[in-house]
Design a protein around this ligand. Sequence first.
Ligand SMILES: [Zn+2]
Ligand SMILES: [Zn+2]
Length: 379
Amino acid sequence: MRADMDLYPNAFQLIKARKKTVELRLNDEKRQKIRVTDPVFFHNSENAYDVLCCKVKDLHVYKDFYELYKDYDPVSMGYAEGETADPGDMYAYYSKDKIDRYGALAIEIEYIDDLYLCDGHMHLEYGPLNEEYAMRFIEEGISKGLHEVDILDHSHRFKEFEGCYEHLKAYDLQAEWLKQKTKFCNTLDDYKALIETIRKKDLPIKVRFGLEVCYTSNTEDLLKDILKDVRLDFVTGAVHSVDSILYDMSFSKELLWDRRSTDDIYRRYYEEVLSLIRSGLFDRLAHPDQIKLFGHEASYDLEPTYQKIAAALSEQGMYSENNTGIHYRYGHKDIGISENILKVFRENKVKLVCASDAHKPEHVGTDIKIATLRNKGEL
Ligand SMILES: [Zn+2]
Ligand SMILES: [Zn+2]
């Protein structure tokens, strides 16, 4: 069985430096399922996508941490060189009652690498919200060696969000698009039922569920009202329109790109991105520079804009996607976000999550390894 654990940054870095080789936990029901050779993933408590991939080398159960501490040297447990190892330190994490009840577990680990492959964005949009269809995406992730898949669907799948799209109907082409049978065809309760079904499965891959919400500043209050009751693993905010006109559709050329200057569209797009971030409604920003998808480029310097976005993301503690979708779906040359925006994000320590934007099971994981290496500055 796979285990996922959160670790404070200090302990996290010590495993990465191969100094800490033993993880100490309460031997509760969850940990009793861990076996030697199982994979274990340590997530940095400050960034869920900063993950150490490890393997369980050995396991030892003790009646309490006093007994456990006798068998291990302090450095292997995460203490600094020369620091006194006090078993009483473990009371900061577990109560005496719990320790008496369950005992202590020493998990001896082998650190393998920090190449955690997560595809953080895929849509069930073109199929039903059922177990069989969702499992096709999950199985694809497993077969491609991913460690995590995050499923989301657009807010325009769900009836609850219908009112947020009224403003797009001012244009007939958009009103027609909103009549498609994939729009507003389910409720969030349908989605929750599917999530519960998948959660009951013992899967070798981590699966999170969220939403990709179409954000516009003029629907922010409506969104706030709907999202206050939404309890999912994450909510991703996306800008798909400027001034009530979608920029990423086949009809966008006629409605938008042929009518307005590229610089004007870029400016309005990034104003909306900034207001999305500052709204405080979202955990993640979807495809930050997707406005480039048809190859239009702004003539002005975008660096100051990227700096503002990076600062706002950090201030909100939000993740940004590195989304590879427009490379294989629209033929854009960039595999993910541009080198310029990525450089600014890295310099500002913006938390990043990779995303394929798969709309079909076979697209799960597309270019995720490349995006992961780019995020780390290793490609
Ligand atoms: Zn999107
Ligand atoms: Zn998407």
